[in-house]
Design a protein around this ligand. Sequence first.
Ligand code: CTP
Length: 210
Amino acid sequence: MNFLITAGPTREAIDPVRYLTNKSSGKMGYAIAQAAIEAGHSVTLISGPTNLDIPEGLDFLPVETAQEMYEAVERWIGKADIAIFAAAVADYRPVDIAEQKLKKHGDTMTLELTKTRDILASCRPEFGFKGTLIGFAAETQKVIEHARIKLEKKQCDLIVANDVSRPDIGFDSNENEIFFVEAESQEAIAKADKQHLAHLIIEKSLSLRA
Ligand code: CTP
């Protein structure tokens, strides 16, 4: 099976030395890529900047911005059977990137942001992707309900949802507690390390595919 996986944060420049980003470590996406390789599959990993070692035996495409990630997915998703979107993509980026380092003026400053393109939501309508499509949802309340709205809006087969209001799991943590949310059902997966969850996500994706 050919897997395409996105991972990590994106980085949106403000000026030559500053950027907007988020707390994603990339651990979940890299663990999923590793689990797919261990199960004997081919993997393309499209990753924003992380401090992680690149797993061996996969095609690695490093990107920085949401736009670069969009273009990489657009280019490579055609050869995927299963696509898993674990990246924490910036929803907004600065309208202008200053060519020179911004100097401080006054006591407040306003940064104008514009929406980035939603890569996951583009898979069906823009890229014509017909394979198995899996997204992630980071929620702080009504986890299942909000995840199911994303499932429908982005035309996914599965949303892997987690509660990011909990300090013991998610983002930079080695552990996570997730829910598999489908159109008609949901399943709570007990708290476990990201390696174990990654294997479950690969197995789940293969059963959806079948
Ligand atoms: N995603 C994407 N491109 C974006 C934004 C998100 O591909 N520009 C993907 C993520 O990789 C993830 C899912 O969409 O699989 C998350 O959706 P999103 O709507 O951004 O969820 P949240 O981050 O939970 O944000 P919000 O609830 O504020 O909409």
